[in-house]
Design a protein around this ligand. Sequence first.
Ligand code: ADP
Ligand code: MG
Ligand code: MG
Length: 896
Amino acid sequence: MSRTRYVYFFGDGKAEGTVDMREIIGGKGANLADMTSIGLPVPPGFTISTEACAYYSDNDGAYPKGLREEILEHLDRLEKVMGAKLGDTENPLLVSVRSGAASSMPGMMDTVLNLGMTPDSAQALAKKTNNERFAWDSYRRFMQMFGDVVMGVPHDDFEAALQAVKTERKRALDTDLTTEDLLEVIDRYRKIYHDVVGEDFPTDPIDQLFKSINAVFDSWNNERAIKYRQMNDIRGLVGTAVNIQAMVYGNMGDTSGTGVAFTRDPSDGENIFYGEYLMNAQGEDVVAGIRTPEPIETLKSVNEKAYNQLLEIRTLLEKHYKDMQDIEFTIQEGTLYMLQTRNGKRTVFSWLRSQVEMVEEGLIDKKTAVSRVPAGEFNKLFAPVLDNEQIHAKGIKEVARGLNASPGGASGQIYFSADKAEEMAALGQDVILTRIETSPEDIGGMAVAKGILTTRGGMTSHAAVVARGMGCPCVSGAGDLQIDYESGTLSVNGQSVKEGDFISLDGFTGQVFLEKIAVKESEIVQVLNGQMKEEDSLLFQNYNKFMGYVDEIRQMEVRTNADTPHDTKMAVALGAQGIGLCRTEHMFFGTERILSMRKMILANNKIEREKALAELLPMQRQDFIEIFEALNGLPATVRLLDPPLHEFLPNDHTSRHEMALQLGVTVEEIAQKTSQLHEFNPMLGFRGCRLAVVYPEILHMQVRAIIEAAIEVKAKGIEVHPEIMIPLVSHYKEFEYTKKHALDTIEKVFEEKKTTIEYKIGTMIEVPRAAITADEIAKSAEFFSFGTNDLTQMGCGFSRDDAAIFLGPYVEDTDKGFYDYDPFEVMDFDGVGKMVKMAVDLGRSTNPDIALGICGEHGGDPKTVAFCQEIGLDYVSCSPFRVPVARLAAAQAVIK
Ligand code: ADP
Ligand code: MG
Ligand code: MG
C-alpha cells in the first residue's frame, strides 16, 4: 500500500507539481511549479500539501505519519540543489515559509522570510557576500517576522524599537541604517522577544522551520482568514499549502530590489503593464508603505535588462494563463527572479475591459470571457460612485456602517420623512431619505431620493428591496445611528446632524459619512438615458460588446419587475424582454388615487365600493396604457391587488383627521374600519386572491383596466401581450373561481369594444400548498410565476420582516451555518427550491405548454438563476438594474 504523499519539489527547470493541482498544493504552489516547468527563473523549493494542513487542523496540531521525515528529505534535496545548508556556518541557506490555498486570499495568512538565520549564519552570510549590512538586515527582518507571525509578539513593539533607533541615530529611512545601527536594533528585538515569549530567540533552524510551518497551518483558521473566506464565498477548501522556498535577496543593495505588477490595469483593465517596485528592499516593503515605491516604467532606467525581461514574462504569462496576471518578483544583484503569479484580482470595470479586449486579441473565446466576469459584482457597473479621491484628500471618516443594501454612492441633504423629502427634492435639492425603517407610504419620498438610509431592517427589508428596484443607493440597518424624528436629528457617538444637513452614503460598502462628497453617475446609465454619446464612453462600448456575447449564449429569458413606464423603459434599455411582475398596488399610492382607494376600503356595501372603483378605473387604465407603450410589443405579467387593505390606511392621528375631512366621514369611522381590518398575521391574512374572492368587483375593475388599455394600445398599432396574474393562490378552486370572474369581465369588454386581443391568465406560486398541488392548478393556468419571497416565508416559516434577529446567527455563525446563505437572498435550494422543482414537474405533467418563471427577489441572484436554468424555467424576472446581472448569470448557467 502506497502512503499518501504530502510534499512536492520544484527547481532547476523541473517540478513535481502541476498547474492543475491547486486543490492539493494551493494556487501559489501550483503556479510556482508551473513557472518552473516553463523555464522561468523561480528559486527552488518544495510545497507541503493542503491535505497535511487538513490533518493538522483536524488532529489538534499533530502531523500525519511520515510528514516530518518527508519534509526533512525534501529540505535535504533543496540544500543539495542550492549547494547551501540551513544554519550552515560557511554557506548558509535561507528559506521563506509561505502560505497558499487553492483560492488566493492575499495577505490573509502568514509568511516568514529569511528563515534559517542564526547569529553564526548571519556572520557567514556577511562574509560570503561581503555585505555585512545586508546580512544583519536580513537577520533583523527574520526576528521581526518570526516573532510576530509565529510567536505572536506584537508587530508594533518591533516597529517602535526600529523607529526609536532611527530617531536616536537620525536615520530617515530603513535603508539608511548602518550595520552598527542594525546590531542595536537586533539587540532590542532580542529583549522584546524574551519579554513576550519568556525564552531566547531560537537558534536551531529546524526548530524555526517547524514552528513556522505550524504557524502557517494555524493561520488557515485565524479570524481574518475565516472572515475573508466567508465574505468572498470561498467554500469547500480543506486548508492551506505551505511553500518552503530558497530566499533570493532584494535587500543586497542598490542593484537589488523587489516589486509587484499586474499584466493589465486592475482598476480599469487597460492593456498596460502596471506595477511598483523598490530597490534595496524585501518582501512586503512595497505594500507596507514604509517607503513610497516607484512606478514600474522607471525600472527601465535602473536595470533595462531586468525590465525587458519582465515585459517578456508579462506577455508569456498572459499567453500561458490566458488571463491577467498579478506577479511578484525580486531582483538580486541585477538578476530577476519570479516569486509568484496568479490571476489578478480586479474591479468589475477591469474585468469587463480586460475580457472584451482579450476576446478581440484572440487570446480567449467569448464563452471564456462570459464565464469569468463575476455576476455578483456586475451591477456595480451601473451605480453612481462617491468621489474617492475627495474622501482621501479631505481625510473624511465614516461614522457608521450598515448593510450595503443597494450599490452606489449618494450625497445630499438629510430628511426624515417622505413628504419633506419630496418637498425639498421638488426645490431641486439632492435628498437623502433617512428613516428608522420605510413602508409603502414612503414610496414617493424614496422615488425622489438620491440615497436611502435606515437604521433597522436587513437586505430584504422594504427599503432595501425598493431601493434596489429603483437602482437607488441604500444603506440599511445602520444600527449605531440614532434617529429622533421629533427634533429632526441623526446622531452617532456624540456627533449629530439635523434636517437639511449634508450626509453621504456608500451603498457598495455600507459606509455612512456626515459630510458632503461629490458623486459621479455611471457612464453606462448616462448613455442609456441619452445624456452621453456612445462613442464617448469606452465603458459603454465594452459593456455593449460583452452583453452581445452574453446573449449569444443565454437560453432563459430575462424579464423585469416594474410598475412605472419610467422603470419599464430603463429595464428594456438594460435588456429586459418583458415585465415578469407588474405590482398594481404601488399605483394606488398617488395623492388622488389613495383617496379613491380609501373610499373603496371604507365602503359599507358593494354599490359604494363599485363607485370608488369606478374612480380608480381610468387612472389604472392610463397606467397600463403607458406601460404597454413603454414595452412596445414585449409581454407584461400584471399581478392583481395583493397587499392587505390596511396598508392603504393612515395610522397616525393627524393623517386620519385629514382623511376624515377629505372623505366627509368621522375619525371614529376610520379608526373603527382600521381596527376591523387589523390582523395578527397580515402576511397570512386577507390579501392576494382572497381580496378578489370576497370582493370580485376589485378584480373586475383591474381586469377591465388591463384589457381596455391593451385594446387601446393595439389600436395605435403597438403589439400588446397582457398576462393576468392571480396572486397568493393556494387551492385550485380559488384560481378557477377568480379566473372565471376575469374571463367574464374580458368577454364583456370584448363585446363592448367589438374587438378581441390575445391574453393569458395564470398564477403566482407562492404558497406551499399551491406548489404541492401544482398539477391541479396547471390544468387551468397558462403560466406559473414563482413568488419565492412568500414561498420562502411560508415554506421556511420565516417572517420576512422580523427574521433578521435569528437569521443572522443561523447563517453567519461558524458553529451553526444551518443555511449557507440568507434564504431571502439566495434561494434555499434544498427546501424551497425542492418545492419549486416539484411544482415545475407537477405543472408540466398536466400542462406541458405551461410557461414557467420566477419573479421573487431571487430572480436577480446569480446562484438562484443557475438553479432556475437547471430545473428548466423559461424566464427569470428581477428589478430593472439587476436585469444585466440576470442576463449574465443565465449565460453562465448554460456554460457550467
Ligand atoms: P502573500 O501570499 O501574502 O502574497 P507571499 O508568500 O507571496 O505572501 O510572500 C510575500 C512576499 O515575500 C513576496 O511577495 C516576496 O516579495 C517575498 N518572498 C516570499 N518568498 C520569497 C523568497 N523565497 N525570496 C525572496 N522573497 C520572497
Ligand atoms: Mg504574494
Ligand atoms: Mg407575494
